[in-house]
Design a protein around this ligand. Structure first.
Ligand code: NAP
Length: 319
């Protein structure tokens, strides 16, 4: 019975992690959430307000760069969800993302090994799949695709490199330590925010509505709701058949179509009206979501994803 299970969520205050924590609590799990600063109420205060948190959530102060801080957090858990990684379109200083992503993942896995944890679910990204300049633009991305580390380095795509190297490392250490690792690789994650500050991916949607952009790219956005991403993580642990990596994508929508959908429901905002060129790289016009559907069965409807995102931003005074 899941009621007695104990899970650790590394980086619990983040956008995706907060939903993993909420859903675990809702299912009756005891949850250990790691945050870098439990006293930072603005960043992490929402966690203590989640239903069930009072009885079953314990926050641990831990930094993924500090191995010792992780050990007590993972101790006694049936599963560790490792989500922590700085997120930005790119980083000036490679170490700002490579160190927490790669050294941080090694520390998390070593702490799991020390505490005899046998299940890890790792939050990777489409960033670990998509960047390979030798791949044809119209190739459909799926679980076989990896970003090419050398090309990432040459193009200084440090976030893509960090996600690629950290996902490869977590899989290798899983093999070395006898830990079953499942990696979830989401695309652009939208949906309602639980935390009080806007995160990077939801910021992309907010920037389509707040007048900060006059034009939009002539490109498709692959997207998925954060609640489905959280479900995928939990199924990645609970489903005994879950294995390896999952490309976590629900829809692909042209930017123009997203703006039109948003305009219908929220005409009061200021939208870009000029279409620019195509963004370079893979076209996401077609997507492959067969494998992820084996974990989560159905996706939250597209329009609801957008509406719920916007309503949550309005409720928090962020739009
Ligand atoms: P987020 O809200 O910015 O959360 C990032 C989390 O990482 C925060 O909890 C942050 O903790 C934590 N973190 C960063 N550096 C850390 C460190 N040194 N030690 C401990 N924690 C650290 O971003 P998110 O969108 O939820 O992203 C979560 C994960 O999903 C990341 O691995 C990201 O690569 C992946 N992902 C996100 C998307 C998306 O569209 N959102 C898509 C694909 C993959 P602090 O609060 O202490 O800074």
């Amino acid at each position: 019975m899941e009621g007695g299970r104990r899970a650790c969520v590394i980086g619990a205050g983040g956008f995706i992690a907060s939903w993993i924590v909420a859903k675990l609590l809702d299912r009756g799990y005891k949850v250990h959430g790691t945050v870098r600063d439990p006293d930072d109420d603005e960043k992490n205060g929402h966690l203590n307000k989640l239903p069930g948190a009072g009885e079953r959530l314990s926050l641990f102060r831990a930094d993924v760069l500090d191995y010792e801080s992780l050990v007590p957090a993972v101790r006694g858990c049936d599963v560790v969800f490792h989500t922590a990684c700085p997120v930005a379109p790119n980083f000036e200083d490679p170490d700002a993302v490579l160190k927490p992503a790669v050294d941080g993942t090694r520390n998390v896995m070593e702490a799991c090994h020390k505490e005899n944890i046998k299940r890890v679910v790792f939050t990777s990204s489409v960033a670990a799949m998509v960047f390979d300049p030798n791949r044809p633009r119209d190739q459909i991305i799926d679980e076989c695709c990896w970003s090419d580390p050398e090309s990432c380095r040459k193009s200084q795509q440090w976030y893509m490199l960090a996600k690629t190297e950290s996902e490869k490392l977590v899989a290798k250490l899983g093999d070395d330590f006898g830990i079953r690792v499942v990696a979830i690789c989401p695309v652009l994650v939208l949906g309602p925010i639980l935390q009080s500050r806007i995160n990077s991916s939801v910021g992309i949607l907010a920037n389509m509505m707040n007048g900060s952009k006059t034009s939009y790219p002539n490109s498709y956005y692959p997207l998925v709701d954060v609640r489905d991403v959280a479900e995928a993580h939990i199924a990645g642990y609970e489903d005994p058949n879950a294995s390896a990596r999952y490309y976590c994508v629900a829809y692909s929508k042209h930017c123009k179509e997203m703006i039109e959908t948003l305009k219908e429901d929220f005409p009061q905002y200021s939208y870009p009206d000029k279409c620019e060129g195509e963004t370079p790289g893979i076209s996401f016009e077609k997507i492959s979501n067969k494998k992820i559907l084996s974990l989560i069965k159905e996706f939250i409807p597209y329009e609801k994803v957008l509406v719920d995102t916007v309503v949550s931003l309005q409720e928090k005074g962020l739009l």
